[in-house]
Design a protein around this ligand. Structure first.
Ligand code: ADP
Ligand code: MG
Length: 321
């Protein structure tokens, strides 16, 4: 259990549902999501492609196309109800309360501006006005994310950097306004294994140093195991189980979680063991069907919760977990 578990949550998601309007009608991408994250804590969000991980990440910043999205429930960040914010108030939420980084750092960086222009812009948004102070803060942020020669980096364009260096720049920009919560949506998927490990170590250190809460979206169970304090397992827009990493890996309880972990050779907590990547269309757990996200959680321990499995037709009561 992490030392942060006793701290009051900085982010509380309560019974969140998100529907997209599509040409075929409304599509429930998230149903009944209830989760919280404490300062300094790292929550892993796992599940196969299409289960709603990115929708959840974007919803926390209201980054979905608002005209075609219906939100229900509640998202509280440090006392602010995100779902009630006006359009005018959203820019001050993004960056200073919560920031998000994506798989492809080029998507977040503008190719025609130098690193310095983009980073200094973010620092300015954080409220620093003096040019010299902006410059100093920018070099300090580049050092904080482990980039050497910060003065030179500020002059460079994104295409002059490696993928790992770009992702470090993106992280520096995300940190510029000192967000309380960072959402990282598969931020290392496009990187080679060595660089991936370095970025994960950097994110963990930043959470410890800054007390920032991190939501780490991934389909890679090995990354969850290495990085996260807690994990929420998602399936078709629902969190089916959540708990500490040890809870989930040692005692997977929901059939879908068990299916995911069945690819793992052993459930012993051996951190050196290679683990599976979640792929779309696995059969494990697919037989579990859901009416909606309102199926209650069973409490397995203080930290570990799993959805009850609805009874199969013709049987009485919930199936034994
Ligand atoms: P993940 O990140 O876990 O792969 P997503 O959140 O991207 O999942 O998608 C969840 C579901 O919502 C998928 O079925 C996807 O096709 C659908 N979806 C995502 N974005 C939109 C959108 N803008 N409009 C309609 N459906 C969407
Ligand atoms: Mg995604």
């Amino acid at each position: 259990m992490s030392e942060h578990d006793t701290r009051a949550p900085i982010l509380r998601i309560d019974n969140l549902s998100v529907e997209y309007d599509t040409d075929e009608g409304s599509f429930a991408a998230l149903r009944g999501i209830t989760l919280d994250v404490a300062p300094g804590e790292i929550l892993g969000l796992v599940g196969e492609s299409g289960c709603g991980k990115s929708t959840l990440g974007r919803s926390l910043l209201r980054l979905n196309d608002e005209a075609a999205t219906t939100y229900r429930g509640s998202i509280h960040i440090d006392g602010t109800e995100v779902l009630e914010l006006s359009d005018e108030a959203l820019p001050s939420l993004r960056g200073s309360e919560i920031a998000m980084i994506f798989q492809d750092p080029l998507r977040s960086l503008n190719p025609v501006f130098t690193v310095g222009t983009q980073l200094k812009n973010a620092v300015r948004l954080g409220g620093i006005t003096d040019q010299r102070a902006i410059h100093e803060e920018s070099t300090s942020l580049l050092e904080q994310v482990g980039l050497d020669e910060p003065e030179r980096r500020l002059q460079q364009y994104p295409h002059q950097l490696s993928g790992g260096q770009r992702q470090r720049v993106v992280i520096a920009i995300a940190l510029a306004q000192k967000p309380k919560v960072l959402v990282a949506d598969e931020p290392t998927t496009a990187l080679d294994v060595t660089t991936q490990k370095q970025i994960l170590a950097l994110l963990r250190q930043l959470c410890i140093d800054l007390g920032m809460a991190l939501i780490f979206v991934t389909h890679d169970l090995a990354v969850v195991w290495q990085l996260c304090d807690r994990v929420a397992v998602m399936y078709f827009g629902i969190v089916v189980e959540h708990g500490t990493v040890t809870d989930i890996f040692d005692q997977p309880t929901h059939p879908y979680t068990r299916g995911l972990l069945s690819a793992v050779p052993s459930l012993e907590t051996d951190k050196s063991r290679p683990m599976a990547t979640i792929e779309r269309g696995r059969d494990d757990g697919q037989t579990v069907s859901w009416e909606d996200g309102s199926v209650r959680f069973e409490r397995i321990s203080d930290t570990h919760f799993a959805r009850a499995v609805p009874a199969a037709p013709g049987t009485e009561g919930a199936a034994k977990l």
